[in-house]
Design a protein around this ligand. Structure first.
Ligand code: ATP
Ligand code: SKM
Ligand code: MG
Length: 167
Protein backbone atom coordinates (compact mmCIF):
# COMPACT_ATOMS: atom_id res chain seq x y z
CA UNK A 1 0.00 0.00 0.00
CA UNK A 2 1.10 3.55 -0.71
CA UNK A 3 1.95 5.55 2.43
CA UNK A 4 -0.78 7.59 4.11
CA UNK A 5 0.02 11.26 4.71
CA UNK A 6 -2.07 12.78 7.49
CA UNK A 7 -2.46 16.52 7.11
CA UNK A 8 -4.29 19.16 9.11
CA UNK A 9 -3.93 22.27 11.20
CA UNK A 10 -1.81 22.37 14.36
CA UNK A 11 -3.73 20.50 17.02
CA UNK A 12 -6.03 18.68 14.61
CA UNK A 13 -4.70 15.39 15.98
CA UNK A 14 -2.29 14.19 13.29
CA UNK A 15 0.34 12.91 15.73
CA UNK A 16 -2.23 11.40 18.11
CA UNK A 17 -4.30 9.71 15.38
CA UNK A 18 -1.27 8.66 13.36
CA UNK A 19 0.24 6.74 16.26
CA UNK A 20 -3.01 4.88 16.98
CA UNK A 21 -3.72 4.16 13.32
CA UNK A 22 -0.20 2.81 12.81
CA UNK A 23 -0.58 0.54 15.80
CA UNK A 24 -3.90 -0.81 14.56
CA UNK A 25 -2.63 -1.43 11.04
CA UNK A 26 0.75 -2.69 12.30
CA UNK A 27 2.57 -0.14 10.20
CA UNK A 28 5.44 2.15 11.15
CA UNK A 29 4.66 5.81 11.79
CA UNK A 30 6.92 8.74 11.06
CA UNK A 31 6.20 12.33 12.07
CA UNK A 32 7.85 14.91 9.81
CA UNK A 33 8.33 17.40 12.68
CA UNK A 34 10.03 14.74 14.83
CA UNK A 35 12.07 13.55 11.86
CA UNK A 36 13.38 17.07 11.22
CA UNK A 37 14.09 17.61 14.93
CA UNK A 38 16.02 14.34 15.16
CA UNK A 39 17.97 14.89 11.97
CA UNK A 40 19.01 18.42 12.92
CA UNK A 41 19.15 17.79 16.64
CA UNK A 42 17.13 20.95 17.27
CA UNK A 43 13.53 21.57 18.27
CA UNK A 44 11.12 23.13 15.78
CA UNK A 45 11.08 26.22 17.97
CA UNK A 46 14.90 26.45 17.90
CA UNK A 47 14.92 26.11 14.10
CA UNK A 48 12.34 28.91 13.76
CA UNK A 49 14.24 31.11 16.21
CA UNK A 50 17.76 30.63 14.86
CA UNK A 51 17.16 30.03 11.15
CA UNK A 52 13.67 31.38 10.48
CA UNK A 53 10.48 29.96 8.97
CA UNK A 54 11.78 30.10 5.39
CA UNK A 55 14.67 27.79 6.22
CA UNK A 56 12.35 25.51 8.18
CA UNK A 57 10.14 25.18 5.07
CA UNK A 58 13.23 24.16 3.07
CA UNK A 59 14.07 21.48 5.61
CA UNK A 60 10.46 20.34 5.55
CA UNK A 61 10.55 19.94 1.74
CA UNK A 62 13.88 18.13 1.88
CA UNK A 63 12.97 15.67 4.63
CA UNK A 64 9.49 14.95 3.22
CA UNK A 65 11.22 13.36 0.23
CA UNK A 66 13.18 11.01 2.49
CA UNK A 67 10.09 9.52 4.13
CA UNK A 68 9.10 6.01 2.93
CA UNK A 69 6.34 6.11 0.33
CA UNK A 70 5.13 2.55 0.95
CA UNK A 71 3.38 1.00 3.95
CA UNK A 72 4.02 3.91 6.29
CA UNK A 73 1.80 6.33 8.20
CA UNK A 74 3.29 9.79 7.82
CA UNK A 75 2.07 12.49 10.17
CA UNK A 76 3.00 15.87 8.80
CA UNK A 77 3.71 19.34 10.13
CA UNK A 78 0.68 21.62 9.96
CA UNK A 79 2.24 23.80 7.27
CA UNK A 80 3.49 21.06 4.96
CA UNK A 81 0.66 21.81 2.53
CA UNK A 82 1.87 25.39 1.99
CA UNK A 83 4.31 24.30 -0.72
CA UNK A 84 2.66 23.19 -3.94
CA UNK A 85 5.65 20.89 -4.38
CA UNK A 86 4.81 19.06 -1.13
CA UNK A 87 1.12 18.73 -1.98
CA UNK A 88 1.97 17.28 -5.39
CA UNK A 89 4.57 14.93 -3.89
CA UNK A 90 2.26 13.54 -1.24
CA UNK A 91 -0.58 12.97 -3.69
CA UNK A 92 1.67 11.35 -6.23
CA UNK A 93 3.52 9.09 -3.80
CA UNK A 94 0.78 8.31 -1.34
CA UNK A 95 -2.73 9.14 -0.17
CA UNK A 96 -3.41 12.41 1.60
CA UNK A 97 -5.87 12.33 4.50
CA UNK A 98 -6.94 15.69 5.90
CA UNK A 99 -8.05 15.76 9.54
CA UNK A 100 -10.49 18.65 9.76
CA UNK A 101 -10.93 20.43 13.08
CA UNK A 102 -12.69 23.78 13.57
CA UNK A 103 -10.67 26.74 14.90
CA UNK A 104 -12.74 27.01 18.11
CA UNK A 105 -11.75 23.46 19.06
CA UNK A 106 -8.12 24.02 18.04
CA UNK A 107 -8.07 27.07 20.30
CA UNK A 108 -9.33 24.93 23.19
CA UNK A 109 -6.83 22.15 22.56
CA UNK A 110 -3.78 24.37 22.20
CA UNK A 111 -4.66 26.82 24.98
CA UNK A 112 -1.67 25.83 27.14
CA UNK A 113 0.70 24.76 24.37
CA UNK A 114 3.89 26.78 23.82
CA UNK A 115 5.60 24.60 21.21
CA UNK A 116 4.07 26.10 18.05
CA UNK A 117 6.01 29.28 17.18
CA UNK A 118 3.50 30.49 14.58
CA UNK A 119 0.92 30.86 17.35
CA UNK A 120 3.07 33.09 19.59
CA UNK A 121 1.36 36.35 20.57
CA UNK A 122 -2.39 36.60 19.98
CA UNK A 123 -2.90 32.86 19.71
CA UNK A 124 -6.63 32.87 19.06
CA UNK A 125 -6.38 35.44 16.30
CA UNK A 126 -3.37 33.69 14.76
CA UNK A 127 -5.22 30.37 14.69
CA UNK A 128 -8.25 31.91 12.96
CA UNK A 129 -6.20 33.82 10.38
CA UNK A 130 -3.83 31.00 9.46
CA UNK A 131 -6.69 28.49 9.42
CA UNK A 132 -8.73 30.43 6.87
CA UNK A 133 -5.68 30.99 4.65
CA UNK A 134 -4.89 27.29 4.60
CA UNK A 135 -8.30 25.67 4.40
CA UNK A 136 -8.40 25.51 0.57
CA UNK A 137 -4.99 23.81 0.58
CA UNK A 138 -6.02 21.21 3.16
CA UNK A 139 -9.12 20.52 1.11
CA UNK A 140 -6.99 19.29 -1.81
CA UNK A 141 -6.57 15.99 0.07
CA UNK A 142 -7.75 12.62 -1.25
CA UNK A 143 -9.87 12.08 1.87
CA UNK A 144 -11.28 14.48 4.42
CA UNK A 145 -12.17 13.35 7.95
CA UNK A 146 -14.27 15.55 10.19
CA UNK A 147 -12.73 15.09 13.65
CA UNK A 148 -15.15 17.35 15.52
CA UNK A 149 -16.79 15.72 18.54
CA UNK A 150 -15.09 12.39 17.92
CA UNK A 151 -12.54 10.66 20.08
CA UNK A 152 -9.32 9.29 18.58
CA UNK A 153 -10.68 5.70 18.53
CA UNK A 154 -13.67 6.79 16.44
CA UNK A 155 -11.48 8.75 14.04
CA UNK A 156 -9.08 5.84 13.60
CA UNK A 157 -12.01 3.51 12.89
CA UNK A 158 -13.39 5.94 10.29
CA UNK A 159 -10.02 6.18 8.55
CA UNK A 160 -9.71 2.39 8.48
CA UNK A 161 -13.07 2.12 6.73
CA UNK A 162 -12.32 4.92 4.28
CA UNK A 163 -8.93 3.67 3.18
CA UNK A 164 -10.55 0.46 2.01
CA UNK A 165 -12.16 2.57 -0.72
CA UNK A 166 -8.72 3.73 -1.91
CA UNK A 167 -7.39 0.36 -2.92
N1 ATP B 1 -10.03 13.68 18.65
C1 ATP B 1 -9.51 14.38 19.66
N2 ATP B 1 -10.30 14.80 20.66
C2 ATP B 1 -9.79 15.52 21.68
N3 ATP B 1 -8.49 15.90 21.80
C3 ATP B 1 -7.65 15.51 20.83
C4 ATP B 1 -8.11 14.74 19.71
N4 ATP B 1 -7.04 14.52 18.90
C5 ATP B 1 -6.00 15.12 19.49
N5 ATP B 1 -6.35 15.71 20.65
C6 ATP B 1 -5.48 16.50 21.55
O1 ATP B 1 -5.16 17.72 20.87
C7 ATP B 1 -3.79 18.08 21.10
C8 ATP B 1 -3.07 18.23 19.78
O2 ATP B 1 -3.00 16.96 19.11
P1 ATP B 1 -1.75 16.55 18.20
O3 ATP B 1 -0.47 16.93 18.84
O4 ATP B 1 -1.97 15.12 17.83
O5 ATP B 1 -2.00 17.48 16.94
P2 ATP B 1 -1.13 17.68 15.63
O6 ATP B 1 -2.12 17.72 14.53
O7 ATP B 1 -0.07 16.64 15.54
O8 ATP B 1 -0.46 19.11 15.82
P3 ATP B 1 0.89 19.75 15.13
O9 ATP B 1 0.58 20.06 13.70
O10 ATP B 1 1.15 21.02 15.84
O11 ATP B 1 1.99 18.74 15.26
C9 ATP B 1 -3.21 16.99 22.01
O12 ATP B 1 -3.28 17.46 23.33
C10 ATP B 1 -4.16 15.81 21.81
O13 ATP B 1 -4.22 14.99 22.94
O1 SKM C 1 1.31 24.79 10.99
C1 SKM C 1 2.54 25.05 10.91
O2 SKM C 1 2.99 25.86 10.10
C2 SKM C 1 3.45 24.32 11.79
C3 SKM C 1 3.00 23.20 12.46
C4 SKM C 1 3.85 22.34 13.28
O3 SKM C 1 3.51 20.98 13.04
C5 SKM C 1 5.34 22.58 12.99
O4 SKM C 1 5.71 22.02 11.75
C6 SKM C 1 5.65 24.06 13.00
O5 SKM C 1 5.35 24.55 14.28
C7 SKM C 1 4.84 24.81 11.93
MG1 MG D 1 2.03 16.78 15.38
Amino acid sequence: MKSLFLTGFMGSGKTTIGKQLAEKLSLPVIDTDEFIENQLNKTIREIFETEGEKKFREYEKHFLKLVPTENTIVTTGGGIILAEENRAWMREKGYVIYLHCEPDEIIRRLKDDQTRPLLDGDKENNIRTIFSQRLPLYNEADLKIDTMNKNPDEIVEEIEQLIKTLE
